[in-house]
Ligand binder design. Structure first.
Ligand code: SF4
Length: 342
């Protein structure tokens, strides 16, 4: 076995953190944890994972639950399409009778990409598959002192080939998790802890003193900014919410009415066009910003009211009124909008 791989495995077996999803290697648990951990820190995931497991202890329970309940338990984790896909995939798994154990089959489930499929196949089923995310790209780029831009698909392919070439037989779960653990705890992006690293003697970047310049990462173009006006319409202690269309970012979730403009004068016309209900601005409340993966929302918040006393008979979007309690306990409000009421 390759020396750095042996050192990594020995280290991982000794120091691995007792994370709740490591208590068993059941595919269902590995899957839920891997999806929750995408773009989210371990500390933030812990509570969510435990609550999720209490509500849905197995794939059948998740498949049978109403989507609203799944989304409610996801509230605050962001990237809600992950929760919707989990629900859909659970139903597919129940239909097929068992969790697939081959990477190619796992990857056909909604919301499961190459990394997650590899992680589940290796950890839950002991298959010799790789699971390559940003952490693993960084670790391998440093150990082998690779100069390739890690954002390019070709670099990922190269790292995959390297890992396949040194894959330790019968150690799939430990190898995949050991690499993740090394990337999360020791070989961190800034100031890697080389002096306590288990593979320091075999690491080319360390030998050459190039840890701080590797991996090579050429930044993508800047995020685009969208300016929005968000409207808080209150009536008898309740606030107006509208539902986002299914196919959009945050699709199917509730939000305060909002329009894509920075100009308050355009609000009546734009709300009429978008919602089929005319709203007009009363008073400025403040400004809130929310950053998604590809876009930044700059939101100017105003109190607003309906143009006339009539209801919204011709409303184009599903809407409802919610009081404070409903807003806190029942309604699925994305983080971008939760920030508005604090
Ligand atoms: S020696 Fe340093 S750069 Fe190399 S893998 Fe370990 S922490 Fe990363």
């Amino acid at each position: 076995m390759n020396r750095w791989v042996t050192d990594l495995l020995d280290w991982y077996k000794n120091v691995k953190r007792p994370l709740p999803w490591r208590e068993t290697q059941e595919a269902y648990r590995v899957w839920i944890s891997e999806i929750m951990l995408q773009q989210t820190r371990i500390e933030a995931v812990m509570g969510y994972y435990q609550r999720f497991m209490e509500a849905f202890p197995d794939v059948q329970a998740l498949a049978q639950a109403p989507l609203e309940q799944v989304l409610k338990l996801w509230e605050g984790l962001g990237y809600y399409s992950r929760a919707k896909n989990l629900h859909k995939a659970a139903q597919e798994i129940v239909m097929r009778g068992s969790f697939p154990d081959q990477k190619e089959e796992i990857q056909k489930l909604p919301g499961i990409g190459d990394y997650t499929a590899g992680a589940i196949a290796a950890i839950a089923f002991g298959k010799e598959e790789t699971a390559i995310d940003g952490n693993v790209m960084r670790v391998v780029s440093r150990i082998y002192a690779l100069e390739d831009d890690i954002l390019l698909p070709a670099s990922r392919k190269k790292v995959k080939e390297i890992l396949e070439g040194v894959y330790p037989s019968g150690e799939a779960g430990n190898f995949v998790q050991g690499l993740m653990e090394l990337g999360e705890l020791i070989c961190i992006p800034k100031a890697p802890k080389c002096e306590i690293c288990p593979v320091q003697e075999e690491c080319k970047a360390k030998t050459e003193g190039r840890q701080s310049v590797l991996p090579v990462r050429i930044p993508k173009t800047k995020k685009k900014t969208e300016e929005r006006i968000v409207l808080l319409v209150e009536e008898q202690g309740r606030i107006l919410l509208t539902k986002r269309p299914e196919k959009m970012l945050l699709g199917g979730l509730w939000e305060y009415p909002n329009v894509l403009t920075a100009d308050p004068a355009r609000v009546p016309a734009l709300t009429q066009e978008k919602y089929g209900m005319q709203l007009k601005i009363q008073e400025y409340v403040g400004e809130v910003e929310h950053v998604f993966t590809h876009v930044r929302w700059k939101m100017r918040v105003y109190k607003a009211q309906k143009k006339d006393a009539a209801g919204f008979a011709a409303a184009r979007r599903e809407y409802k009124w919610a009081d404070e309690k409903q807003l806190k306990e029942e309604v699925m409000l994305p983080t971008a909008f939760k920030k508005i009421i604090g």
